[in-house]
Design a binder for this molecule. Structure first.
Ligand code: NAP
Ligand code: GDD
Length: 320
């Protein structure tokens, strides 16, 4: 049987790197779309660089994606590329809309033009629930985004549904709640905390400046979540799924566990800094993963405490 071939946009990101590893393990040919930059940023994929094919393209340029699809003929496309940092979306709302919102139409349309039989995964987000209308949030909970990023993701979600319904495409939207790992970008709160804990413990920093400690998130492990993406594209019919742990913790609790793991108290080091507050906040996210459990057979394997301590240990090793 011919090898399955998948295209991943955003392969240099946290999720892209784990998904590429996972698909290679499943025997796929993996094509990664990378955008041109003046310096190479392959830290997350350097260990698999010789096993994947990297091709230039950009979510801002539909022609680049049409050519890429024509040249490489994948059977599955995972659209993980985005301007993914919520805080930045407030200072760059139009750019975020172009990439994170309209970018989805460009790649979906490229798929439609080249081969509408290609299976398509869209990286949608719990940020779309924003000011939550129900607790916990499921596939049927109404959306109420609270950031330009959330609004752009909502556009991406609905255009995916629209292409599925208009052109009979196998297009799925995975509504993933926050997922973290040692490969998380340093600007996101979890990695910002675990990296600071390591640096403070090793005497390299004295304090950690944070914003809203009372925000609550449903945090899972990125490696668990990429399995759900793959499962969504292996079903008989395309559908949308919430992927989450079903548990929620505050940023404060994350700090408590992370500092506690190295024998420190977060109250002694965390300084509240107004700069890290957002113009509109998402106060509480907690997902109901029942549909993904039931229909995909998906369950997370790493607990919240295991995730926090894994990230602290990794940052301790990296900062030594
Ligand atoms: P990430 O680490 O920020 O990675 C984003 C990726 O998108 C990077 O590879 C980046 O490339 C690429 N990219 C950005 N703009 C692009 C463009 N114009 N053209 C082509 N590529 C572009 O994000 P992540 O945490 O892995 O998340 C993956 C996806 O899931 C994102 O769409 C995110 O919004 C969504 N999501 C994430 C979470 C989460 O908790 N992690 C939850 C729900 C949804 P460079 O390396 O060149 O910057
Ligand atoms: N980044 C950051 N930095 N967040 C802080 C800080 C800080 O110093 N202090 C408090 N927070 C709070 C934020 O206000 C937010 O409520 C929470 O920590 C989590 O922030 P992030 O880690 O930046 O993630 P996010 O929830 O805004 O967005 C992530 O999850 C979404 C899914 O819900 C990103 O990965 C998005 O791409 C993803 O879609």
């Amino acid at each position: 049987m011919a090898k399955k071939r998948a295209l991943i946009t955003g392969i240099t990101g946290q999720d892209g790197s784990y998904l590429a590893e996972y698909l290679l393990e499943q025997g796929y040919d993996v094509i990664g779309m990378i955008r041109r930059s003046s310096t190479v940023n392959f830290e997350r994929i350097h260990h698999i660089q010789d096993k994947v094919t990297l091709v230039a393209g950009d979510l801002l340029d539909e022609v680049s994606m049409i050519n890429l699809l024509r040249d490489h003929r994948p059977s599955e496309v995972y659209n993980l590329a985005a301007q993914s940092f919520v805080q930045t979306s407030f200072s760059q709302p139009v750019f975020t809309g172009e990439v994170t919102g309209l970018g989805v139409t460009r790649i979906l349309d490229a798929v439609r033009v080249v081969d509408p039989g290609i299976r398509f995964y869209q990286a949608s987000s719990s940020e779309m629930f924003g000011k939550v209308q129900a607790v916990p949030q499921s596939e049927t909970t109404p959306f109420y985004p609270r950031s330009p990023y959330g609004v752009a993701k909502l556009y991406g979600h609905w255009i995916t549904v629209n292409y599925r319904e208009s052109y009979d495409m196998y297009a799925c939207s995975g509504i993933l709640f926050n997922h973290e790992s040692p490969r998380r970008g340093l600007e996101f709160v979890t990695r910002k905390i675990t990296n600071a804990v390591a640096r403070i413990k090793l005497g390299k920093d004295k304090e950690l400046r944070l914003g809203n400690l009372d925000a609550k998130r449903d945090w899972g492990y990125a490696k668990d979540y990429v399995r759900a993406m793959h499962l969504m594209l292996q079903q008989n019919t395309p559908d949308d799924y919430v992927v989450s742990t079903g548990e929620t913790y505050s940023v404060r609790r994350f700090c408590e566990i992370a500092f506690g793991h190295v024998g420190l108290k977060y109250e002694d080091y965390v300084v509240i800094d107004e700069r890290f507050y957002r113009p509109a906040e998402v106060e509480l996210l907690v997902g109901d993963p029942a549909k993904a459990n039931r229909e995909l057979g998906w369950k997370p394997e790493v607990t919240f405490e295991q995730l926090v301590t894994m990230m602290v240990e990794s940052d301790l090793a990296a900062n030594k």
